[in-house]
Design a protein around this ligand. Structure first.
Ligand code: HEM
Length: 425
């Protein structure tokens, strides 16, 4: 593991852009200059290990193309170092992207597994959760107000942005609310497993936390067998046990873990990044306060401007081409979603945050094609409800320091965002 990391670090030092994206610390802090550097070198940039793109059209075309796969069909001739890097520490049990996760499964298995969960996340099903989500937001804001007392300070992430989606998904999955803190702790560790070339310390932490989450989940299945409820996991356990969904043990565990982890590890970043962007752009906040009908568009603009998931990858399963550029079978293309969202060919003044932007929803923050985020409608609803309730309650909220980035590469967001809640000035 250490040897692979050192090899990648050496390539980065030699100026290899693909390697730099895997190991360079500045990229975690602010990836946008590196995206522009990649863009200046071409639509697809070749590096020692991977192909890299920040091009919106190429990203979307590749994600929708049947000539690319997520791994199960990874051609044997993919470079062995690449195979190893993708699998590095492949011993951890069913991490969010480990096979048979939906994220790393190709058709036909992907189609069969995804069908079992789509209905619970349809626009209609999510619309019915809006009222309850508003109630949860109000309860959390009441607690924040009560705790802040004479010193009206708070951490938006710990006290609000993390708890809102964690509560919603726990209720959707029939998980006890007193487990929320544990989920957040395990999820924060597990999130490192998404990054290629992670440090050994973070690798060990992700392995330990994913283990703990799997163990809890297996116990939870037993509980749901004894006391089934009206929730997605009870339905999945039932589909598994009765064989109607043809779900294997690993598939059941993996879908459940992904739903839980995706439910609270991503939307926290949408709410956190949105809070940060609005505090840093008071003119945009003022516009939303004057024109609240812009909120849905503002959520898309926040997703575009600071994508909670910054990158994904696909392997060419045959010799093919994307937008006229030939790609050899076995090549891995890393698509930087956060870079594609700043493509000037699609978005005017891409580095400007504009809540009224026309076409903000052309972002690729939820990916595209068959792996398009299952939770997109849920995430957007939670983002809108969560941000709107927060700024309605504390219209004069101000940043109290720069906050702390969580330090992961695939996921971009804050682990802490201190604020002063007191009204202006
Ligand atoms: C897939 C982003 C929230 C469940 C994805 C992918 C992205 C993404 C980029 C596809 C990755 C790829 O193509 O390789 C996000 C963002 C979110 C969010 C930015 C919040 C702002 C959620 C929520 C849930 C969820 C709340 C559900 C509880 C899933 C699932 C997949 C997925 C199950 C796998 C779909 C498949 O492979 O077929 N998400 N997500 N996501 N997301 Fe989300």
């Amino acid at each position: 593991h250490g040897a692979v990391r050192r090899t990648v670090a050496r390539q980065a030092q030699r100026g290899d852009l693909g390697a730099k994206m895997i190991v360079d610390r500045d990229v975690v802090r602010d990836p946008y200059p590196s995206y522009d550097e990649i863009r200046s070198q071409g639509r697809i940039v070749r590096s020692a290990l991977t192909l890299t793109t920040v091009d919106h059209e190429i990203t979307q075309t590749m994600l929708r193309s049947p000539d690319f796969c997520v791994g199960m069909r990874m051609p044997e001739n993919a470079p062995s170092l690449l195979q190893f890097l993708l699998k590095v520490g492949g011993s951890w049990p069913l991490g969010p992207a480990e096979p048979p996760s939906l994220l790393s499964t190709d058709p036909p298995d992907h189609t069969r597994m995804r069908k079992l969960v789509t209905r619970a996340f349809s626009a209609k099903a999510i619309a019915s959760l809006r009222g309850r989500t508003e109630e949860i937001a109000t309860e959390l804001l009441d607690e924040m107000t009560a705790h802040s007392g004479a010193r009206p300070r708070a951490d938006v992430i710990a006290e609000y942005a993390a708890l809102l989606p964690a509560t919603v998904i726990a209720e959707m999955l029939g998980a006890p609310l007193d487990m929320r803190e544990k989920f957040l702790e395990w999820g924060a560790g597990g999130a490192y497993s998404l990054d290629m070339g992670l440090t050994f310390r973070n690798f060990r932490r992700s392995e330990r936390d994913i283990d703990a989450l799997s163990e809890w989940m297996l116990g939870h299945f037993e509980e749901l067998r004894r006391n089934p409820g009206q929730n997605i996991l009870s339905d999945l356990v039932q589909a598994h046990d009765s064989d109607e969904g043809r779900l294997s043990d690993d598939e059941l565990l993996s879908i459940a873990m992904l739903l839980l982890a995706a439910g609270f590890e991503t939307t926290v970043n949408l709410i956190g990044n949105g809070t940060k962007a609005l505090l840093e752009h008071p003119d945009q906040l003022a516009r939303l306060q004057a024109e609240p009908e812009l909120w849905p568009n503002a959520v898309d603009e926040i997703l575009r401007f600071e994508s909670p998931v910054q990158r994904t990858g696909r392997v060419a399963s045959r010799d093919t081409e994307v937008a006229g550029i030939p790609v050899r079978r076995g090549s891995l293309i890393i698509a930087h979603l956060g870079g594609a969202n700043r493509d000037p060919a699609v978005f005017d003044d891409p580095h400007t945050f504009d809540v009224g932007r026309a076409g903000a929803d052309r972002h690729v923050s939820f990916s595209s094609g068959i792996h398009y985020c299952l939770g997109a409608a849920l995430a957007k609803m939670e983002g809108e409800v969560g941000l709107r309730a927060l700024f309605d309650r504390f219209p004069g909220m101000r940043a109290d320091g720069p906050g702390k980035l969580r330090g992961t590469r695939v996921l971009r967001g804050y682990s802490s965002l201190p604020v002063r809640l007191d009204p202006t000035p």
